[in-house]
Design a protein around this ligand. Sequence first.
Ligand SMILES: [Zn+2]
Length: 213
Amino acid sequence: MAIVVENDTVRIERLSLGAFGTNAYILICQHTGDAVVIDAPGEAERILERLESANPKYILLTHNHADHTGALAVLKTALKVPIGVNASDADNLGLSPEWLLQDNDVVEFGNVELSVLHTPGHTGGSLCFHTGALLLAGDTLFPDGPGKTGSADAFRQIIQSLTDKLFTLPDDTRVFPGHGESTGIGKERKAFELFSAKPRDPNMYGDVLWSAA
Ligand SMILES: [Zn+2]
C-alpha cells in the first residue's frame, strides 16, 4: 500500500493487486472519513482491511476488464454499497451495478466531489474520475502512452478522448493509472504533441508508446 495523495481534503491510497498488479485506489475524505474504492482488481481482503476505519460509500469502476473487477463480488457482499460503472461496460461484472455513470456526473463522498469523464477507447465505457488537480485514469492514460486498444477505430477514439477531455486539464494535474506509477497531464500532453507531429501508420493500434514514434 502506498499513500499517493495526502492533502487537507482527501487522502488517496494505492494498492497493487492480483496477477496483473492492477491498481485499486481508495479515496478518503479527510473531514468525514467517507470513502470510495476505484476498481476491484483482486485480493478483496487487502482492500477491506484498508476500509476498516473508513466509511465506504461507493465502488466505482474505470472499466469492466477482469483484472479490474476480480474482487467486485466479495467487496459488494462485504460493503453493501452501490457500484458505479458506465452503461457500455456494465456487463461481465457478475452482478448488476446500481449506478450507470455518465460523462459529467458527480460522485460525492464527504466533502469531496469527483467528476466523471467518459473516455472511450480502451473500452467503450472507460471512465476517468477527476477532483482538484488529481485524475484517476483507469487504463486510458499511462506514463508514455494511451491504454491498449483493440482496433484502429478504438485507437482513434482513445486519442479523441485524450485530446478532448484529459489534455485540456491543467498541466499540473497528477494522473493515477490503472497499472504502475503516476504521471502528469503536462508531461503526457507534451509527449503526445511530439508523437502526433511525426508521420504514423493511420491504422496503428494496440500498445502504443508516445516515445516510440
Ligand atoms: Zn483494461
